[in-house]
Design a protein around this ligand. Sequence first.
Ligand SMILES: Cc1cc2nc3c(=O)[nH]c(=O)nc-3n(C[C@H](O)[C@H](O)[C@H](O)COP(=O)(O)OP(=O)(O)OC[C@H]3O[C@@H](n4cnc5c(N)ncnc54)[C@H](O)[C@@H]3O)c2cc1C
Length: 611
Amino acid sequence: MKEEWDVIVIGGGHAGIEAALAARRTGCSVVLISANTRRIGEMSCNPAIGGIAKGTIVREIDALDGSMARSADATRLHFRMLNRRKGPAVWGPRVQSDAAEYARAQQLCIGNNRIEILEDEVTALEGSTAKVAGVRCRKNGSIKGKTVVIAAGTFLKGRLFRGDEHWKGGRIGDISADSLEKDLVKRMFHVERFKTGTPSRIVRNTVKIEELEVQESEKTNFTFSYGKSPIPENEEVCYVTYTNRRTMDIAKENLHRSPLLAGRIEGTGPRYCPSFEDKVVKFPERLSHKIYVEPMGYRSRHFYLNGLSSSLPREAQEKMARSLPGFERAEISDYGYAVEYSYLHFAEMDATLRLRRTDNVFAAGQICGTSGYEEAAGLGLIAGANAGRFAKNLEPLRLSRMDAYIGVMIDDIVSKGADEPYRMFSSRAENRLHLRQDNADRRLYRTGNRFGILSEVKKKLLAGNIEEADTIRKILETETVNGIQMSKWCRRPGISIGSVIKEANSLVDKDEGVLTSVLLDEKYSGYIERNLRRSESKKNLEKISLRDIPSYMKIDEICWEAREVLERERPETLARAEKIPGIRPTDLQGLLIYLGRKRSTWNNSSGGEAQ
Ligand SMILES: Cc1cc2nc3c(=O)[nH]c(=O)nc-3n(C[C@H](O)[C@H](O)[C@H](O)COP(=O)(O)OP(=O)(O)OC[C@H]3O[C@@H](n4cnc5c(N)ncnc54)[C@H](O)[C@@H]3O)c2cc1C
């Protein structure tokens, strides 16, 4: 053990891993302390990485040389590009990974990068709050560090619930970090409570898979990593089944035993990802819900029931599972449960993820009020890079809303927080036509390079992509089709990469990923410029009054979660609405459209001015 470390990372989850690796890339000595080192890199819930908006975060992490993309590629069993019905700007790559192999791949990254791993529980920070001197551990005592990153996930005063049972834990089989939470509270950090939950896992050979719908993996050479990782040969199919009236009735009969509905859990859960019992209460009219049946690994003995999260008692979970077609004799290997935990109030963090009342402590992952592996990893990377840069007395790295989804997420959580565990959606990013999964390499190369968090290999690779994109752009500007400049011609609807290559032979040998990305830049250029102008006009939001809106509940232009929040808060102006947690840029745009439509009606009937 060193006398003093540059960076101490508390936690070996998705945030802690990226934090430790990023800090290491800044040239710092790093120790990662985890209560259970065998579980480093574990996926606490579903065995999948990516998805809509989350997939873009994974590519951003890769562009900043994090490890999540590489490990997801290396352990992938199944791939889908989600949201294909919509434009490519909001497509979401998603892989199903072998959960155990993924954790092993991440552990290997930590080992290969000469990060010291220590198995212990951190019970407190040491030194004054303004300038922390390190951490205190249960077994190893004091460990000195110039900076500390707290990435304790769902472990801060974690409480697990299933029916009438409840016990301490950050996750099933793990400790609860009660002492660390107590120390943070004693130091007057403002913490609040959130909750989340997970479904049961089913013994695979007790399910009649022939009765389920099959969801094949897409055949593609897409990889999350820009480094062109080899695509594994191991493949699995996923399945789909549906709940029915019987599943719903079982949930209803047991509602009084739900820890959430019985009031034993006080923390707010994610509305976008409710437990099945929650769905039954909120959507009583829906008699059937889709359930994805996902293998936990290659030829794994266990299935994950995506969509049937529950903290009802074991008997109820068993009956609900067995009510699904094909699951009549299903055996549960692990029962679902809910976890309630403490997280840091948004006002505690600044845009570099430093805790405002300290000089040298950073926060990352679920303890910032987010949920999800990708969100945690993205925050971890920035917190770790900044901890490393602080230790070296260097200027901190900040990502703006224009740079990356990670920038949007950090801005959202440190400026207004969230009233439920924060998850990334494309609707949160006003510049989503620019912040695409295909161009994260080009968007972030300069930042990664300037802030010293890219390895030489990554630098070379990304610089090569930028050069390739420049060459392609020059060809598009100089060549013509029927007298029209190619860059303008390719913006037309229906013009595919194939047709562009046919017209310009010089594009034949270009990298397909980079070429597609440059063509998307061209196709979206008009919209992106318009968006930028709109961002400028956002400065006028203070002048737009919302006082005359009679009820938000019937405004179709905004999502239903926003309707509920706005009805409760009744903000005076659009600028105030923007600051309310849960209100997304698309809701503000929806309100503007609604106001535009209604303005004339109000003027005629009451003389009221909407603007
Ligand atoms: C039951 C459950 C259900 C979930 N459901 C979903 C879901 O449906 N969808 C979704 O997107 N996300 C879900 N999540 C959340 C997802 O697992 C997290 O968002 C993600 O893992 C957070 O990553 P993290 O690195 O912040 O923390 P975690 O992955 O929780 O890792 C925390 C790490 O910190 C360590 N640690 C904590 N305290 C200490 C201490 N005092 N000393 C030493 N080590 C410590 C732990 O050992 C662990 O290594 C769920 C989580 C749980 C537990």
